[in-house]
Structure formats: structure tokens, C-alpha cells
Design a protein around this ligand. Structure first.
Ligand SMILES: [Zn+2]
Length: 142
């Protein structure tokens, strides 16, 4: 079972390429912490194990065109994992911002403060005049 605070972001059936000739079918799930691949019982009976990859362990992801569906390539320090799923692109889009910011260090720069003009538009707080209507902003600070 999953940790209760984990949130599922994406889930779909996928094929996992264990090695060149070996592939396993299972359920691929992305949570806010991990990428999980739960091998279906039939394939698990061949000794193929389920996977749990911590998002912080992912060094890079790539999307490739596959024969039928896109292939998602996930690189960790230990090895490369390859999955094929119809919504591969969607999963990539979910993963990309998480992988690009594994330690939570690269946040967006703080937004430039804005003030709202009487015309209803928001303008950069450093402006003296509204770029939309030309009215003077910061009326009290001439
Ligand atoms: Zn204005």
C-alpha cells in the first residue's frame, strides 16, 4: 500500500522494457514522490519485479516515438528504464517539472509586484504611468 500522504498524479497501463527482448505489462503510476510500476501477476510469475523510482533519483527523462505508443525513458544513476504507454507524452509533461526541480531549489523568481490601475489593468509597480491607459500610477508619490 502507498503512504497515505502520497498523491497520484497519473496512472496508466504500460509496458516496461526490462531488457532488450523482455518486456513486462503492468500499471505505471506517478505520485508526487515516486514513479511506480506494478507488474501484472502473469508477468510477475516470470520473476519480473515491480519498480519504485524516487523522483529525486531521476537524472533525466526523454520521450521517444515508439512503434505503437510513445516510449518514456527515465534515467537514474543506476540504470535506464524504458516504458511504453499511449499517454507517454502526458506522463512526460507531468514528470518534467518534477525532475527539473528534484531538490525544490529552482523555484520561479519572485514576481514583480504589480499595482492595479483605475482602468482595471495591472501594471508593474515600478512604472510611473499605466502602460494601458497612460494614467499616472502611485498618485500620492510625486
Ligand atoms: Zn490604466
Amino acid at each position: 500500500m502507498h503512504i497515505s500522504t502520497e498523491t497520484t498524479l497519473f496512472m496508466q497501463k504500460a509496458i516496461y522494457y526490462v531488457s532488450k527482448p523482455v518486456a513486462a505489462r503492468g500499471m505505471l503510476e506517478l505520485t508526487d514522490r515516486r514513479l511506480l510500476f506494478q507488474v501484472f501477476p502473469f508477468d510477475a510469475s516470470f520473476g519480473i519485479r515491480s519498480l519504485s523510482i524516487d523522483i529525486t533519483a531521476i537524472r533525466g527523462i526523454e520521450i521517444k516515438a515508439g512503434d505503437i505508443h510513445p516510449r518514456l525513458v527515465v534515467d537514474t544513476n543506476e540504470r535506464r528504464h524504458e516504458f511504453m504507454l499511449s499517454k507517454g507524452r502526458e506522463l512526460y509533461d507531468y514528470l518534467k517539472p518534477l525532475v527539473g526541480d528534484p531538490l525544490g531549489q529552482e523555484r520561479m523568481p519572485p514576481e514583480t509586484p504589480e499595482i492595479s490601475c483605475g482602468c482595471g489593468k495591472a501594471a508593474d509597480a515600478r512604472f510611473a504611468f499605466c502602460p494601458w491607459c497612460g494614467a499616472r500610477l502611485r498618485a500620492g508619490r510625486d
